[in-house]
Design a protein around this ligand. Sequence first.
Ligand SMILES: Cc1ncc(COP(=O)(O)O)c(C=O)c1O
Length: 413
Amino acid sequence: MGVQESDALDVAAIRDEFPVLDREFDGTPLRYLDNAATAQTPKRVVEAIVDYYYGYNANVHRGIHELSQEASIAYEEAHDTVGEFVGTDRREEVVFTKNTTEAMNLVAYAWGLNELGPGDEVVLTEMEHHASLVTWQQIAKRTGATCKYVPITDEGYLDMEAARDLITDDTEMVSVVHVSNTLGTVNPVRELTDIAHDHGAYAFVDGAQSAPHHPVDVTDIGCDFFAFSAHKMCGPTGIGALYGREEVLEEMEPYLYGGDMIRKVTFEDSTWNELPWKFEAGTPSIAQGIAFAEACEYLEDVGQDAIERHDRELTEYAYDRLSEFDDIDIYGPPGDDRGALVSFNLEGVHAHDLASIVNDDGVAIRAGDHCTQPLHDVLGVGASARASFYLYNTREEIDVLVEAVDEARQLFA
Ligand SMILES: Cc1ncc(COP(=O)(O)O)c(C=O)c1O
């Protein structure tokens, strides 16, 4: 297989780190192009989990004994590594959550339920993932606040003129996806954060599709919150992170109550632990947290700039190849100006059928609404197929996808 075709990365060496990529189905090799849903996990991340369970499995924070101290140090330091990965050196600002969705819910419940009320507005975009859209919609319902949505242009960019009109002094929160998981649009989050702050609102950036693919610096963006999931960036499932500006997290009420998040408890009342533990009630996902840090270090060792270049090359290649066909509709901005994914439809073939046909050639892509139903309504389609790329993917895999799409075309002709 022509794996040495990336200008940016030694893909053959990288693929050796991911045993699952050797899978075959009746002799047909796997071509894994579903990375926006979840990425594969390299050996060293899995080994970090094994090392923990074989070497120092113990509960954290509360132990005097040696094993617990080792686990506590590793788990706590994992916050530092994950924080540095997105540009903060303050442990207080890094809360481990289950995933991006839980990070969003944490802020919506802990801040939104207490601070929002009738007359207040939350500004989202038409391209939000359900993790953000449904969460703010439901919190708005409970508080009497209103959600407003920045529309997209025909090219799949945010209409920034509309954004400037929609974000007003009534806005309390601007919650925006950094890279759309359906359109691939890379949103101007620095500009949106500035507009939010000009009106006294907070800015929440959903980094689920950005943190895995290019360097992120929350200080440069200036946002108050940033959320991302380990499983989309070579880490395990069950762990993600919320970056929150310290002053804001300090003012927020806890989200979950229980052990570890308290300082002093009496029968009458309780006080809260310091950050970030105030937001991590109960026994946390210790092994996953440690492995999340290992995944960050892995991506840094490979080189985030190189990964970004590689992903861009592949994305542009996939966009160009799929654009060769008049009967394929691609959603979102041009191939050289998007995140590492391409969503599309083949005329006359439902996305589910397409995904099923390419699966026969070992190609794993996503089909459906990608948790962006309202966006698909705007696009005027019920579903789309999505191919998404990462550091171990090759042009050859994209060629197989395009050939498989051609087979689908002939089957349905
Ligand atoms: C843009 C975006 N936001 C949020 C999420 C939710 O991530 P998780 O399921 O890890 O909570 C996803 C997952 O696909 C996503 O693509």
